[in-house]
Design a protein around this ligand. Structure first.
Ligand SMILES: Cc1cc2nc3c(=O)[nH]c(=O)nc-3n(C[C@H](O)[C@H](O)[C@H](O)COP(=O)(O)OP(=O)(O)OC[C@H]3O[C@@H](n4cnc5c(N)ncnc54)[C@H](O)[C@@H]3O)c2cc1C
Ligand code: SF4
Length: 496
C-alpha cells in the first residue's frame, strides 16, 4: 500500500484528523486493527456485554507485579467511543494551568483553554452535543452556544437535581452526544454507557468522524490491519513506512506523513515496538517519556439505594455536579444504569437474587478525581511481547475523601445507603499521558501541535498527548486537539 497520509487508529483522534484533512485531496489511508462493530441484538444485552464480554479484547496484559489481566479495551472502527458514556466535557480553564495537589503538581499544558476553545466548539458541532450553559460555576467561556439544548432529566433525576439545588449546589445538565434532536435516532434505550448503540444514535467517532470522512474518494479505511511497527529512513529521522498484519500476513504501507492514534496505551506500545539500534528506547523517545506518565482517572462507582422506589429511568446520564471541582476534589456525574449482570461481572460471588433488587432500587453515580502524571506510571513491552501496564495511582487520599463526602451528600438527599467500588487497573477507560506534548523536547516527546520532536513527519493525536488528566471525561478534548492538529497539517501539507 501507499498513501500520502497514513492514520493509525480510527478513534476520536484519528477520526478527527481524517475528517479535517478529507477535503485536502491528499490520499489518506486509515489503518484500523478492528472491524466495524455489528449492529445486533447482543448490543443491548448486559449478559452478552458484561458476562460473555462479547466485544472486549481477549488480550492478556500484565500489571506492575506481573499478574495477568484482560483489559477493558475495545478494538472497533470508532475506538472506545463505540462504548463510551457520551459525556462530552470541555476541560476547565484551571486544567490548562499548573496546580498543586496532595501528591504533587498537575503540570501546565503548552496551550491555553482560549487557544483550544474554537476547536472545542467545532468538536461539539461534529458530535452534536446537547448541553446547558450558565449553571455550572466552573464552566469556561464559550464562543458559541451548545449545538442542541440540554437533554431533559427523567422524573427521578429531575427530583434529585432539585434536592441538590436546595442544598445550595449547582447541578447542571451533563453535555452529552446522543442524537436526541427533533427527529433524531436516539430512543433513550436504557443501555448507552458501556454498551454500543444498535441504532447508530450515539455520537461516536465512527458515526461523527470516520463515516463523514469516507464520503471523500481520497479517504480509505482498512480494517483488520494491526500496525506492528513504524519504520524510519536510514538517518532515523523520517518515518517512511508502517508494518501491519492483516489476516496473518505482514504488509507494509508507505506514506509521507504518519498520524498515530492507536489509543494512549497502544500508541506507546507501538513506539516502543519500533525500536531500532539508532533508537533503542523506541521512536519519538529521546526524552525518555514515551510510555511514562500513564494516567487514568481515579473513579469510584456508587450505588445509592432507595428500598421503596424502583429506578425506572432509561437515560440517566443527564446530571452532573462540579461544585467540588475548583478545590481539586473532582466531578460527580451519573453513571448509566447498573444492571444485575454488570454487578455480577464486577463481583462474581454476588448472587442474582441480591444483585437484581440492588440494581432496581439504586441510582448510580460516578465520582471522578484527577490522577497526576508520575514518571514510574508506565506502559512497557515485555520481552515476551506482552503489554505491561504499571499504573502508579496518585491522589488517592483526596479521592477517598471526595467519595466519602459524596456518600454523605447522597444520604442527605434521601438515599438510605450508598455502596461503592473503585474502578481498577483493568478499566483503562480514561487512559492518557503516555506520549505527552510540551514545549521542551527534553521532557516531552511531542510539540504543542502533537508533532514528534524527533521525527518531523510523525504526529500522535490520541489521548496520549495529555500532560495532565484533569478530572473530566477526555473525549471532547482529544477531538478538539486533533481538529487543531488537522488544521495545522492542512496548512503545512506541502512540507511533508
Ligand atoms: C466504557 C467507556 C466509557 C467511556 N465514557 C466516556 C465518556 O462518557 N466521555 C468521555 O469523554 N470519554 C469516555 N470514555 C473515554 C473515551 O472513549 C476515550 O477517551 C476516547 O475514545 C479516546 O480516543 P482515542 O482516539 O484516544 O483512542 P481510542 O478510542 O482507543 O482509539 C484508538 C483506535 O486505534 C485502534 N488501534 C489500536 N491499536 C492499533 C494498532 N496497533 N493498529 C491499528 N489500529 C489500532 C483501536 O482499535 C481504536 O479504534 C469512555 C471509555 C470507555 C471504554
Ligand atoms: S440512549 Fe440513544 S444513543 Fe444511547 S445507546 Fe440508546 S438509542 Fe443509542
Amino acid at each position: 500500500m501507499d498513501a500520502d497520509i497514513c492514520i493509525i487508529g480510527s478513534g476520536v483522534g484519528g477520526g478527527a484528523v481524517a475528517l479535517s484533512l478529507a477535503d485536502s485531496g491528499a490520499r489518506i489511508a486509515i489503518l484500523e486493527r478492528g472491524e466495524r462493530l455489528p449492529r445486533e441484538a447482543q448490543n443491548t444485552d448486559p449478559t452478552a456485554v458484561f458476562i460473555d464480554r462479547r466485544y472486549r479484547t481477549k488480550e492478556s496484559w500484565v500489571d506492575g507485579t506481573g499478574a495477568a489481566f484482560t483489559p477493558g479495551q475495545y478494538y472497533f472502527v470508532g475506538g472506545h467511543t463505540k462504548f463510551y458514556g457520551t459525556a462530552m466535557f470541555r476541560l476547565r480553564e484551571q486544567d490548562f494551568e499548573a496546580s498543586e495537589h496532595e501528591d504533587g503538581v498537575s503540570p501546565a499544558w503548552p496551550l491555553s483553554y482560549a487557544e483550544l476553545e474554537p476547536y472545542y466548539a467545532q468538536a461539539e458541532a461534529l458530535f452534536g452535543v446537547h448541553g446547558e450553559s450558565g449553571v455550572d460555576p466552573t464552566e469556561p467561556p464559550r464562543s458559541s452556544a451548545y449545538p442542541y439544548g440540554p437533554i431533559p432529566h427523567e422524573p427521578l433525576i429531575g427530583a434529585l437535581a432539585e434536592k441538590l439545588r436546595l442544598r445550595g449546589l449547582h447541578p447542571f445538565h451533563m453535555p452529552s452526544a446522543i442524537d436526541l434532536r427533533e427527529g433524531g435516532a436516539c430512543i433513550r434505550c436504557g443501555t448507552c454507557d458501556a454498551f454500543p448503540c444498535r441504532l447508530g444514535a450515539k455520537g461516536d467517532a465512527e458515526v461523527c468522524l470516520i463515516d463523514p470522512a469516507l464520503q471523500r474518494p481520497n479517504v480509505s479505511l482498512h480494517t483488520g490491519c494491526r500496525v506492528t511497527r513504524l519504520i524510519t529512513d536510514d538517518a532515523g529521522k523520517r518515518i517512511v513506512a508502517a508494518e501491519f498484519e492483516r489476516n496473518g500476513v505482514t504488509e507494509t504501507i508507505r506514506a509521507a506523513l504518519f498520524v498515530l492514534s492507536a489509543g494512549a496505551i497502544n500508541s506507546a506500545v507501538l513506539l516502543h515496538r519500533s525500536a531500532t539500534p539508532q533508537h533503542p528506547n523506541g521512536l519519538a523517545n529521546s526524552s525518555g517519556a514515551v510510555g511514562r506518565f500513564y494516567m487514568n482517572h481515579n473513579t469510584t462507582g456508587l450505588m445509592a439505594l432507595m428500598p421503596f422506589t424502583v429506578n425506572d429511568t432509561r437515560f440517566t446520564k443527564t446530571l452532573s455536579l462540579n461544585d467540588f471541582y475548583a478545590s481539586g476534589a473532582g466531578n460527580i456525574q451519573m453513571l448509566g444504569n447498573i444492571q444485575e449482570p454488570m454487578l455480577r461481572s464486577a463481583v462474581p460471588s454476588l448472587p442474582s437474587w441480591v444483585g437484581r433488587p440492588l440494581a432496581h432500587h439504586s441510582v448510580d453515580w460516578l465520582v471522578m478525581s484527577e490522577d497526576l502524571p508520575h514518571a514510574d506510571s508506565c506502559v512497557r513491552v515485555l520481552p515476551d511481547g506482552r503489554t505491561q501496564l504499571d499504573w502508579r495511582r496518585t491522589n488517592m487520599a483526596t479521592h477517598a475523601a471526595f467519595v466519602k463526602q459524596t456518600r454523605q451528600l447522597l444520604r442527605e438527599i434521601g438515599f438510605s445507603a450508598v455502596l461503592g467500588r473503585p474502578f481498577g487497573l483493568d478499566v483503562p477507560s480514561h487512559q492518557c499521558g503516555t506520549v505527552r506534548f510540551g514545549d521542551d523536547p527534553a521532557s516531552a516527546p511531542l510539540d504543542p501541535f502533537c508533532r514528534a520532536f524527533d521525527h518531523p513527519n510523525l504526529y500522535v493525536v490520541d489521548a496520549s498527548f495529555f500532560p495532565s488528566s484533569a478530572a473530566l471525561n477526555p473525549a471532547l478534548t482529544v477531538a478538539a486537539q486533533a481538529l487543531r492538529v488537522g488544521e495545522h497539517l492542512k496548512a503545512n501539507l506541502h512540507t511533508f
